[in-house]
Design a protein around this ligand. Sequence first.
Ligand code: IVH
Length: 673
Amino acid sequence: MTTDSHRQRVAHLRAEIARHDDLYYRAGRSEIADADYDALKRELADLEVAHPELAGADSPTVRVGDDRTEGFQLYRHRQPMQSLDNTYSEAELRSFDQKLRKVLGLADASALEMPLAYVVEPKIDGIAVSLTYEKGKFLRAVTRGNGVEGDDVTANVRTIRHLPLVLAGRDHPDVLEIRGEIYMTLEVFRRLNAQREEAGLETFANPRNLAAGTVKLLDPAEVAKRLLDIVLYGLGYCSGEVAPSQSAYHALLKAWKVPTVERLWTAAGIDAAWAAIQELDTARKGFAYATDGAVVKLDDFARQREAGATSKAPRWAIAYKYAPERAETRLRAITIQVGRTGVLTPVAELEPVPLAGTTVSRATLHNEDEITRKDIRVGDFVLVEKAGEIIPAVLGVNTARRPADSEPFHFPENCPECSTPVIKLPGEVAWRCPNLACPAQVRRRIAHFASKQCMDIEGLGEAVVDQLVSKRLVQTIADLYRLRQENLVTLEKFAEKSAQNLIAAIATSRTGELWRLVHGLGIPGVGASSAKDLARHFRGMNALVAASEDDLLAIEGVGEKTARAIRAFFNEPANRILVDELRDLGVEPTAPAHAAAAVLAGKAFVLTGTLETMTREDATARIEAAGGKVSGSVSKKTSYVVAGVEAGSKLEKAQKLGVPVLTEQEFLTLLGG
Ligand code: IVH
């Protein structure tokens, strides 16, 4: 019997799932762990089976999620993009095999004598995408959307370095949809997240979420900076036959030099597939992308067609998801870290607990809102999970084990390092310490300045910086250039020789590249890439310091927020003094080396269509060598659009905006002149 409470529960589950779907597919966020989300869906599906009158065609149990967002053109897939049924249990995996045997009329045959041939692939935790190639040339990239139509993200996907613009080999189908996942490597994810944390921006829980947010950015130049990657494994529409099976298709992908899965298994029967799933669980720890499971697919395409699909997922494939490892442990304390720009980050200090191969004793709590939302209290037993098997996250509190006398956590009102009252800037979630002389900030600032991505001063790592600051030998960046050998020999682990080397390394940095200094100053929102843009444009510190917000906005790649931050930075008297001091101390970095021959200095190019005498990479390199810049999208700031063969929407946009369009020949002439 169906009661009101069933009805209410179904409505509640649908609303919750819809909310999580929206967060996951559209905003690249997740509030709950995958397994908990899957459990909600499972409960809904069970209720719908038990109470068929509550089932509906728009239930999330019968349709795929929806990632369509404002700002992109919609494109209809030639063949719908479905989802996969998934399971966490071996028994269900085996019943998948049995059902499939039944559908294919093999239920009575011996599974040993006539096993189904499967392929087992990693399930990549990325963003589904469908690439269209015409006669082997890349044409378009579309997200899954609602499965029927998705967002055209071609301009963004084009920025992916490993995206094959042309398939290797010959005799490609006229039209071919290749499917796969866009992802971000762990390394890039860690770096970008750290930068975001420093800049007081919200961080992402895992690479998948950050990649999802990136694919849907409206500015391809921004996307390019985030170094997305791609892996392809699937076949969508194809004019004509390309391969008889998934394993043969994989061989073709390889021959076309398309980036594909790191490993795959062919398995005769479900026992062999299960063994492959176990092997993959070990192997995946060394993969470049995050995986959350294994996908078992019937190998033979003819049999796949015979098995067919439901409204949502094929009957010939299933995803087996690995349970994320979790552990419960006590929260000993919440400490506050002060970053280079003064951002206060709360950190969970945990009773050490083994988790997914390492011992976890700390986890970021992101910000005050996160602690309040989860009501995390010191002394609580918390559930930790490695989100996407990477960063330990505190999922929540086991309130049953909460000590009777526990109290809500109060975020400090003063900086734990220097006691200055903390502030919150409009629109930001993070609290900041506004004291530029705060020792924590000083240490981090100096370490950043000396780091590889900035002045690259060898021998000036964090441990040395800590000593220099705590011995008051260095209080500002400028102080580094006042250091003498006799100061250094007083430091731990320093002898005559190492002191000499460090002094020499610091001296050498005086005449490095300008962008390194610009990056090293630690202007909020200015990373290495913007620093290069700024250095290329202003060619010296004086011009940069004097630039108005409008001057800054005129630079391709500098947005309003960054322009405002740069201005605010140089309006700060302490920063002005720093720049002057550096100059007086002989820190005079050089502008880009190609300055003299910079015939294209300050010019922003957009390349579109296929060039005939050179590759896109060559064209980009030549533009950059001549002082110009290449960006992915046409705007009012674009100086020229270079239109090759089959130029598309960018050419139209250039014409609409009145941006000069060059043929390949004209472009070569410009380079030559
Ligand atoms: S096959 C007809 N293979 O996981 C659906 N999907 O949760 C065919 N995914 O929508 C999908 N790795 O975006 C397939 N090796 C793999 C995959 C994979 C990741 C994604 C895909 C799918 C989602 C389902």
